[in-house]
Design a protein around this ligand. Structure first.
Ligand SMILES: [Zn+2]
Length: 609
């Protein structure tokens, strides 16, 4: 499964890696009993149902059912492959993995994604050199200095410059023997329309490398110097860069967001860099794209359940539009975002340069919730004439309907009615029209737990399934019972396919080594089985040795009786059909069963002494 990575290396990494450390990088965790809980990064929720167990080295979400070990967490969270997750952890914990391929700059690489990250790093270095010492860099340096940016700040963000020639970068990377197909996949170059070869996507622009949360360069943004169009140009979607999942500055902001429990969201590269230069480091920027649920989950992972999210958008039309669009996204993820309206004509960049960090902090602390913010804007734009009031209501009906909490909604409806002097019933009527349209589909993700669905549903399960579920839970939570389970051949008697498979894998694993849940998760292939394991392992049940034995014995007895009954019915059938061959086979089976049961009974009596 891990491809070229030797099994013992995977084991070494698994033993070194701590799932709590790894998960904490993207989810704010707090202690709860023997484990930790936090907001799930895989589904929208407002109260934590995502649990991590340091003892078992697994995670499980009781909301959406996702679960697994440290490797599954990384692959799900970052979208990387299993070998990539192993390598990432290897690098982090200083485990050396023998490599096969050698990539640009002699760096050992394997997957396409890793190659693309390596190319991006080379490109970022190239752009940086061009800014600092290239012949054209002077102009860009002057432009940035003219806007107040210090060399030290630009260095932190590794800001660079793409010269005006058509293929300087393409040739530079070509000299490193990087295949053209990879260059094209990186999005840094485009194929020439006529003839062969390719040319640079970014030319005559200030370049901002975009990093993922781990600080790896995944893409670039380029800003034109002075006027021109397009003002901004970004890396297109590539195997490593997706604009809907990336936030500029996230790798620098994370520790500051953690310690302050607060995050500022701005729109532009320079907005963010300006804040940083003024000491406001708990900030990230969206990359000229509407906020998505993925962005919001990344943000939640930085500030946690009770964190504060403040949007600092431009006060121009586009900024307001972006803020408006974000309201529904935050509401769907149960995040109470706050909005700052900067004085007209300012964006966060120009504001912080002119008024300083303290004024910015003051503006942020006066940030408004979404609805009051929109109401202010609408009143400001449309005025309170009859015509204006009609427009205000048209603007606000949908955002009002999007408020999930009925109490909050009715309070805001009253506020809008009072401010516009329109009858509350009339406002309500307008809102109701949208509420019906926005009504969430039945069976919200929070209400259902996929791992409990189907044959394993607690309510719908047969008594047999329930007992088998209980047995597997016992085996997972007290591995000391595995010997007894084997002795009684419990697994042979199990009937539920999924549970039996898990029990089998467990007994098998227990024979070879000290049993660890995280290893079992790694040993099964089916993702649904993985989820079932983490779900059962995380249930809090108290087990005592006598209770365990009772459960095993009860199950063995019950299954024995059931098999006997089934055999007897089949014998009657065979007799009636005069199928002598079958009858003989069944009778032999019955005899064997009786011997087996006798043996078990003796064991029980022996065990009870
Ligand atoms: Zn979840």
């Amino acid at each position: 499964m891990a491809g070229l990575i030797p099994e013992e290396k995977i084991t070494e990494i698994k033993n070194l890696a701590d799932i709590v450390d790894i998960v904490s990088e993207t989810v704010v965790l707090k202690k709860a009993g023997k484990g930790f809980v936090g907001l799930c990064p895989f589904h929208a929720e407002k109260t934590p149902s995502f649990t991590v167990s340091p003892d078992k080295q697994i995670f499980h979400c009781f909301g959406c059912g996702e679960g697994g070990n440290v490797f599954s967490f990384l692959t799900k969270q970052t979208g990387c492959t299993f070998p990539e997750a192993v390598r990432q952890l290897a690098a982090r914990y200083g485990v050396e993995i023998p490599e096969r391929g050698v990539g640009p700059g002699g760096a050992p690489v394997t997957s396409e994604r890793e190659k693309l990250v390596a190319i991006n790093r080379l490109a970022a270095e190239f752009f940086r050199r061009e800014l600092v010492s290239g012949p054209e860099g002077q102009r860009a340096r002057e432009y940035l200095a003219g806007r107040g940016f210090e060399a030290e700040t630009l260095k932190v963000f590794h800001v660079g410059y793409a010269p005006s020639q058509w293929d300087l970068l393409a040739r530079h990377l070509g000299r490193q023997r990087i295949p053209e197909a990879l260059l094209l996949a990186s999005g840094l170059v485009l194929p020439r329309r006529s003839g062969r070869g390719c040319y640079d996507r970014f030319r005559e622009r200030v370049i901002f490398p975009i990093s993922d949360a781990g600080g790896r360069v995944i893409g670039f943004g380029g800003r034109i110097i002075g006027e021109g169009s397009p003002k901004y140009l970004n890396t297109p979607e590539t195997p490593v860069y997706s604009k809907s999942r990336s936030l500029f500055g996230i790798h620098l902001a994370r520790p500051h967001c953690r310690s302050s429990n607060e995050v500022y969201i701005v729109e532009g590269y320079l907005d963010l860099i300006a804040l940083h230069q003024h000491g406001i480091r708990n900030a990230v920027a969206t990359l000229g794209t509407a906020l998505t649920a993925d962005h919001v989950r990344l943000i939640k992972g930085m500030v946690g359940e009770h964190g504060r999210t403040v949007l600092l958008f431009d006060s121009d039309e586009a900024g307001i539009k972006a803020a408006r669009r974000s309201i529904g996204v935050f509401a769907a993820e149960f995040v109470d975002a706050r909005y700052v309206v900067l004085p007209s004509g300012y964006d966060p960049d120009t504001f912080v340069f002119e008024f300083g960090a303290e004024r910015m902090a003051a503006e942020a602390s006066a940030a408004k919730a979404a609805l009051p913010f929109l109401l202010d804007r609408a009143v400001g734009t449309h005025g309170l004439t009859n015509e204006g009031r009609i427009r205000i209501l048209a603007d606000l009906a949908e955002p009002l309907a999007a408020i999930a909490d009925p109490v909050a909604r009715s309070l805001y409806i009253r506020e809008v009615a009072e401010r516009t002097a329109v009858d509350e019933a009339a406002v309500l009527e307008k809102v109701r029209h949208f509420v019906d349209r926005l009504a969430p589909p039945r069976g919200r993700p929070e209400a259902t737990a996929p791992q409990e669905q189907g044959a394993l549903s607690r309510r719908a399960a047969s008594p047999g399934d329930r007992q088998e579920r209980q047995l597997v839970m016992m085996m997972l939570q007290c591995p000391e019972t595995l010997a007894e389970v084997e002795r009684w051949r419990v697994v042979d008697l199990m009937e539920n396919g999924a549970l039996k498979g898990i029990a089998e894998a467990m007994v098998d694993l227990g024979r070879r080594q000290r049993f660890v849940v995280a290893d079992l998760v790694a040993a099964v292939e089916d993702p649904r089985q993985k989820q079932l394991i983490t779900s059962l392992a995380m249930q809090t049940e108290e087990w005592d040795p006598r209770g365990c034995m009772r459960l095993i014995r009860h199950f063995v007895d019950r299954q024995g009786r059931r098999r006997n009954q089934r055999l007897e019915a089949q014998i009657v059938e065979a007799e009636q059909a005069r199928d002598h061959q079958r009858l003989e086979r069944l009778l032999t089976e019955k005899q064997q069963l009786a011997v087996e049961q006798n043996r078990r009974k003796m064991k029980i009596q022996g065990g009870e002494r």
